[in-house]
Design a protein around this ligand. Sequence first.
Ligand SMILES: [Zn+2]
Length: 262
Amino acid sequence: MKKLVGLLFILLVLVGCTETTVREGTMHEKKLGMSLLEKKLFAIEEAEPDYFTAGVNPDTGLYTVDNETSMLVYVNKYRELPEGYTPPDLIEANVRHYSPAGDNRRLLREEAARGLETLFGVAKTDGHALVAVSGYRSYERQRAIYESNVASKGQAHADQFSAKPGASEHQTGLAMDVTVQGNDDVLLNQSFGNTEAGQYIKEQAHKYGFIIRYPEGKETITGYSYEPWHLRYVGEDVATEIYHNEWTLEEYFGFDYPGSER
Ligand SMILES: [Zn+2]
């Protein structure tokens, strides 16, 4: 018991030391012994409801999502995946691929891969030979892409066209860039949206659980340029709701997007 009292005394002295180092702020803050940085993050967290985030990562300033394995995981320029996240059930969709056999870009999470197979199969019977270009991308690969874009085109350009490592939808294993066979001019090009295949997926993809994640005219909401080739799996119900309302994922959740007031 004496030992415990002694320990409590030492702890009180230590807490006292912390208090004396905090010169500004309210009593509440002094009690918590918070640094200015922590105080700021705490204020943001208190003002925002909890939409599946584990709080703010002090290294990046982004919210870290805590539902990373959900089909509705939501990442954008404010929201990143937990460090080191690798999707649990990546498989190669049984469709035509642009990348060579064994390439990670062929991978998607299983449910999304099944949806892609169905979409591509139906598209084929309707006369559109779709090709899967780029699916899963690891944190390390995204970091290399981002850093190379910053080096060659500058920070602002890189932020408009590519995601920071941890904040790419491709890391979720739920996104696939697609194109049409035999027309490399439209490969990862906005002109893909004007092709028959591009129009087809815009109108049909939701039936198989996919949305066009970065639509035309919604750039200030998504924070990304128009990408008619970037499909994101969210499941059939949510994709259909988003399609009929002409929403983005940001608008579906109704909060916290780069174009919104903060
Ligand atoms: Zn993409």
